[in-house]
Design a protein around this ligand. Structure first.
Ligand SMILES: Nc1ncnc2c1ncn2[C@@H]1O[C@H](COP(=O)(O)OP(=O)(O)OP(=O)(O)O)[C@@H](O)[C@H]1O
Length: 260
């Protein structure tokens, strides 16, 4: 077990606004974390630190054992997988799904004149199979549904064989069937002993995939609770995090929440 993320007393201040306030949080490679919190709580800011695309104003951030501020972030970023709609927008709409996944091995979007190794072609085929994209491999990315595009974004991140995987609202905007399909695929990925440490930001407890182990609750830039899901995802913690009376129920390995 390796520590893949360590935030020690981290604050981020922008334009006089304290976006994160004295955050302490760490993630081990065997852990699968969900970050929940209201709009503006600081979830995306935590992902920006974890992906080495932002430095803290104070405190220390270690990603994959490397301290931000003392490491070449361009090199560090090659070890981190990120699936986010904002990155998905960089994929050319005319690019085929097959090429969109394959080019991730070279940290580019859009196939040009690169020569690909057989090992990369084989890996892309496997990854597309895992993420149910094989039948779409010749389709243009821009013609896919939201749910299919999300799968391509995740497959691109998986393709790089990351040591830390960050998922920014992977099920956001998906219809019920697509959401359930993606939650199932994420559960399978989370269960794999080869999967890296995982951190997923979501707005809905319904989107927590089975097999995810921990939850970080954020409110107003502060950690309101953090730890194993069974202990932390309680009525009282959700109520204080979202500032409204909430009740959470567990049905097998899935969760739902509603107003109390
Ligand atoms: N450059 C900035 N200057 C001032 N405030 C900022 C800046 N960037 C972000 N913020 C504020 O920091 C807070 C946290 O933003 P962040 O995007 O991390 O929240 P979030 O939890 O991801 O929100 P959401 O759920 O809406 O995506 C927000 O109130 C946002 O308005």
């Amino acid at each position: 077990m390796t520590r893949v993320l360590d935030l020690d007393d981290v604050s981020v201040v922008r334009n006089g606004n304290r976006i994160l306030d004295s955050v302490r949080w760490s993630v081990d490679s065997s852990e699968r974390w969900v970050i929940l919190g209201p709009n503006g709580a600081g979830k995306s800011t935590i992902l920006a630190l974890a992906s080495a695309s932002m430095h803290p104003t104070s405190g220390t951030v270690e990603v994959l054992g490397e301290r931000l501020g003392r490491v070449d972030v361009f090199e560090l970023r090659t070890r981190i997988g990120i699936a986010a709609t904002s990155l998905g927008r960089r994929i050319p709409p005319h690019e085929s799904v097959g090429n969109a996944v394959l080019t991730a091995a070279y940290a580019v979007t859009g196939r040009w004149h690169e020569q690909y190794d057989a090992v990369d072609l084989e890996r892309a085929a496997l990854v597309m199979d895992d993420w149910e994209l094989t039948r779409l491999s010749k389709r243009a990315y821009g013609t896919l549904s939201d749910g299919e595009q999300k799968r391509v974004q995740i497959a691109r991140a998986v393709m790089t064989d990351p040591e830390l995987m960050l998922l920014d609202e992977p099920a956001g905007s998906l219809d019920l069937g697509a959401r359930e399909g993606l939650v199932r695929s994420l559960a399978e990925y989370a269960a794999s002993p080869l999967a890296p440490g995982l951190v997923m930001v979501t707005h809905h407890v319904e989107e927590i995939p089975p097999g995810f182990t921990h939850v970080l609750l954020l409110a107003d830039g502060k950690v309101s609770a953090a730890g194993p899901i069974a202990e932390v995802l309680t009525d009282a913690n959700l109520t204080s995090t979202f500032g409204t009376p909430l009740r959470v129920s567990r049905d097998g390995d899935r969760f739902t929440a509603r107003a109390a």
